[in-house]
Design a protein around this ligand. Structure first.
Ligand code: DCP
Ligand code: MG
Ligand code: MN
Length: 304
C-alpha cells in the first residue's frame, strides 16, 4: 500500500482516514480541491516523526487547517469519523468506488454505470456492451491488476524488455520509472520509458517515429511478454504483460525523444507530491520544470 499507511508511521491511522476521504472527494464528490487538501494533509502527517495527540497540535503543521484538525479530534475521541461512517453506509458511493478500480473506468463512467443500476463487478460482467476495449480488459483482469507487483518480478520483466530491445537495436535506452525506481518493494504497475538516439526533438522523421513504438510492442508480444493492448499511440502504450506462472500485470510504455529523456525519467519517477515540490522549487529559482524540460521562465519547452 501507500507509504503513508506503513506501520512505521506513528500517524498511519490518521493518514488512512485522510486518504479514504481524499478518494471519496475524488471519486464521489469529484471535488479536486478537497481531494488535494486531504492528500496533502496525509502526506504532511506521514512525514511527521511523532504521534499527533490533538487537533491543535496537528493544526501547527503546514497543510492542516481547522476542518482536518476537528476530524483528528473526533477520531481521537471516538475512534471513528461520522462522515466516513456515512460514506461507508452509502451503497451508491461504494459502488462508484468499486467500479472506479477497473482499469479504464474513471469516476464519471463509474457514476453513469451506477446510475444504470450496475453496482458490482458481477453486474458489470453482464453489461460489457457499455464498456470500451480498455475497460473490458480491465474487467477481465480485475483481480490480477489489483495485486501489487513484487520488485523481483519487475526486475525480471526489466531484464526481458532490455534484452529484447537491445537485441533489436543497441541504441535503445530503457528505464523503469514509477514506484520501482523509487526503490519500493511492491508496485501497482510498470512504468517503462524508452528512448533512441535517432529520436531527437523536432528533427525526428515522422514516419520513423510513428512506427517505432508499434515495432517495440510487436517484438514484446512475439517474445510472449506483452499479452494485451489497452491503447497504443505513437508515443504511449498501455497494456498488460505476464511472466509464466504470475498474474497479468499493467505495463505502461512511453517513447521519449532523446533530448527530453532525463526530464521524463525524473517526472515519471515521482512521486506525485515530490514532483509538485520540485516544480515549486524550480519556480522559486526562476525555472520552469515539466516532463519535457527544465528552462528559464518564459521559454517554452515542448518541441515535437
Ligand atoms: N505522475 C505525476 N502526476 C500524475 C500522474 C503521474 O507526477 N498525475 C508521475 C509520478 C508517478 C509516476 O508518474 O510516480 C508514475 O505514475 P503511477 O500512477 O504509475 O504511480 P507510481 O508508479 O508512483 O505508483 P504505483 O506503484 O501505484 O504504480
Ligand atoms: Mg507506477
Ligand atoms: Mn503508471
Amino acid at each position: 500500500r501507500k507509504a503513508t499507511s506503513s506501520e512505521s508511521n506513528p500517524n498511519h491511522d490518521f493518514c488512512e482516514f485522510l486518504e479514504e476521504l481524499s478518494e471519496y472527494e475524488k471519486n464521489v464528490s469529484r471535488n479536486i480541491h478537497k481531494y488535494n487538501a486531504y492528500r496533502k494533509a496525509a502526506s504532511v502527517l506521514a512525514q511527521h516523526p511523532t504521534r499527533i495527540t490533538s487537533g491543535d497540535e496537528a493544526k501547527k503543521l503546514k497543510g492542516i487547517g481547522e476542518k482536518i484538525a476537528k476530524k483528528i479530534d473526533e477520531y481521537l475521541a471516538t475512534g471513528k469519523l461520522r462522515k466516513l461512517e456515512n460514506i461507508h453506509s452509502d451503497a451508491k458511493s461504494m459502488a462508484i468506488n468499486l467500479l472506479s478500480r477497473v482499469s479504464g473506468i474513471g469516476p464519471a463512467k463509474a457514476q453513469s454505470l451506477v446510475d444504470d443500476g450496475i453496482m458490482t463487478i458481477d453486474d458489470l460482467k453482464k453489461h460489457t456492451d457499455k464498456l470500451t476495449h480498455h475497460q473490458i480488459i480491465g474487467l477481465k483482469y480485475f483481480e490480477d491488476f489489483e495485486e501489487k507487483i513484487p520488485r523481483s518480478e519487475i526486475e525480471q520483466i526489466e531484464q526481458v524488455i532490455k534484452k529484447v530491445l537491445y537485441n533489436l537495436d543497441s541504441e535503445y535506452e530503457v528505464t523503469i520509472c514509477g514506484s520501482y525506481r523509487r526503490g519500493r518493494q511492491e508496485s501497482g504497475d510498470i512504468d517503462t520509458l524508452i528512448t533512441h538516439r535517432d529520436l531527437y526533438g523536432c528533427r525526428i522523421d515522422k514516419k520513423h517515429k510513428s512506427n517505432m513504438l508499434k515495432n517495440i510492442v510487436k517484438v514484446l508480444e512475439k517474445c510472449e511478454l506483452v499479452k494485451e493492448t489497452l491503447s497504443l499511440g505513437e508515443t504511449k502504450f498501455m497494456g498488460a504483460c505476464q511472466l509464466k506462472g504470475h498474474p497479468m500485470r499493467r505495463l505502461d510504455i512511453r517513447l521519449i525523444p532523446h533530448d527530453q529523456y532525463y526530464c521524463a525519467v525524473l517526472y515519471f519517477t515521482g512521486s506525485n507530491i515530490f514532483n509538485q515540490n520540485m516544480r515549486a522549487h524550480a519556480q522559486e529559482h526562476g525555472f520552469t520544470l515539466n516532463e519535457y524540460s527544465l528552462r528559464p521562465v518564459g521559454i517554452t519547452g515542448k518541441r515535437n
